[in-house]
Design a protein around this ligand. Structure first.
Ligand code: FSX
Ligand code: SF4
Ligand code: F3S
Length: 386
């Protein structure tokens, strides 16, 4: 089948799936997506623009934009359970953006969120009961999003609330067992994150080490709201797992290196570097490699989608990327304001020498490319959920 034929087939399948989802009862029939958008000053036109942008972000042809819009509209047909483990709640905050809600956060408000410890009103026994009944009532149907690393300690006693409470690990295991699809939201849940950094006192592990189900990793500390909502929309559209890379990250979001799409890339290629924060070269927007940018080793779409309603991202703000969507970045990418090679090649990249290239040669085209590419073999195409 040629690419156009494949797209037509995908379009037909997604339309069929949306038709079926539309027939299901809405879990929060009292909420209307367009009213919620309008009340925050977004017009239908803004929503269609957003759908077009999300469609592009999901690496789908522009003709899929009306389907992406429909997927957002039927998002309240799929129950969602969101668990918190050991973390800072930055992932939730990235999405909720409570100071200035974006269309993504309003969609998140509109989905059928059955359980989310930060935003739900219930507490104590009532909260535990809500979780148990959501898992029971929607077994095999709900989407599970887990934020935070999971401390296993020596006997998994961490994150236990109340004398008879389950441990965090047990909570995650049970919720994973009955979920339709599972997303590890943030680097902590995807790879262990800061709690798993040396010396990892609680023996924190990623969600994928707690369950034997397939886990889609959506790393970033925090991940952008687009990467969180985009994954949910992708699942609504296709009901299957997206194409994943070697670290189970969706390639639509994590398929390219920060360095490949960076607005300062021309400066890197020209050998124009910031030598110290605040110097003349910093003011000129030169490359941040020598002040520690880890963009050459990091896979994410930050430069394309940006944060805070598309206003900025770390490198635009003047600091290098710290590699926050990579496994073990707290250990392997620091010191964050020095090139990685200054660690005498003791990192997981085994000293492939991106900084040497930059320091000694300067104007090179792809000195660093092999490093990232080696770390990023794409291993699978679209998979069905286990
Ligand atoms: Fe981790 Fe998310 Fe970093 Fe924080 O929770 S990915 S510490 S932004 O909030 O899990
Ligand atoms: Fe951009 Fe960092 Fe690459 Fe420089 S090293 S081009 S600042 S990603
Ligand atoms: Fe993280 Fe680097 Fe993006 S630090 S937010 S992956 S620019």
């Amino acid at each position: 089948m040629n690419i156009e034929g494949a797209h037509e087939e995908l379009f037909r399948k997604a339309t069929q799936r949306l038709d079926e989802l539309e027939k299901l009862p809405a879990h929060n029939a009292n909420k209307n997506l367009f009213e919620a958008l309008e009340s925050k000053g977004f017009s239908r036109r803004d929503f269609m623009k957003w759908s077009g942008m999300m469609t592009t972000a999901l690496a789908l042809p522009a003709t899929f934009a009306p389907l992406t819009a429909r997927a957002a509209e039927v998002a309240n047909r799929l129950p969602v359970v969101w668990l918190h483990m050991a973390e800072c709640t930055g992932c939730s905050e990235s999405l909720l953006r409570s100071d200035a809600p974006s269309i993504d956060s309003l969609i998140f408000d509109y989905i059928s969120l059955e359980y989310h410890e930060t935003v739900m009103a219930a507490s104590g026994w009532q909260a535990e009961h809500n979780l148990d009944s959501a898992i029971e009532k929607y077994a095999g149907e709900y989407i599970l999003l887990v934020e935070g690393g999971i401390p296993k300690g020596s006997s998994e006693f961490y994150l236990t609330i109340g004398g008879h409470g389950r441990t965090g690990a047990e909570e995650a295991r049970i919720a994973s067992k009955h979920a339709k699809a599972i997303f590890a939201i943030g680097t902590c849940s995807s790879f262990g994150g800061i709690q798993a950094a040396y010396p990892n006192p609680t023996n924190a592990v990623p969600l994928s080490q707690i369950t034997n189900r397939n886990v889609i990793n959506v790393p970033g500390c925090p991940p952008s709201e687009k990467n969180i909502v985009g994954n949910v929309l992708h699942f609504i559209l296709f009901g299957s797992l997206p194409t994943l890379d070697a670290y189970n990250r969706p390639t639509w979001a994590y398929g390219l290196r920060i360095h490949d799409l960076c607005e300062r890339r021309g400066r890197f290629d020209a050998g124009q570097f910031v030598e110290h924060f605040g110097d003349e070269n910093a003011q000129k927007g030169y490359c941040l490699y020598k002040v520690g940018c880890k963009g050459p080793y990091t896979f994410n779409n930050c430069s394309k989608l940006r944060f805070n309603q598309h206003t900025s991202w770390p490198i635009q703000a003047g600091h290098g990327c710290i590699g926050c969507s990579e496994p073990n970045f707290w250990d392997t990418m620091n010191p964050f304001e020095e090139p990685i090679g200054n660690k005498l090649f003791t990192t997981s990249f085994n000293g492939m020498g991106a900084d040497k290239t930059a320091d000694t040669i300067g104007a090179v085209v792809l000195g660093a490319a092999a490093v990232g590419i080696a770390a990023h073999a794409i291993i699978s195409s679209t998979k069905e959920a286990k």
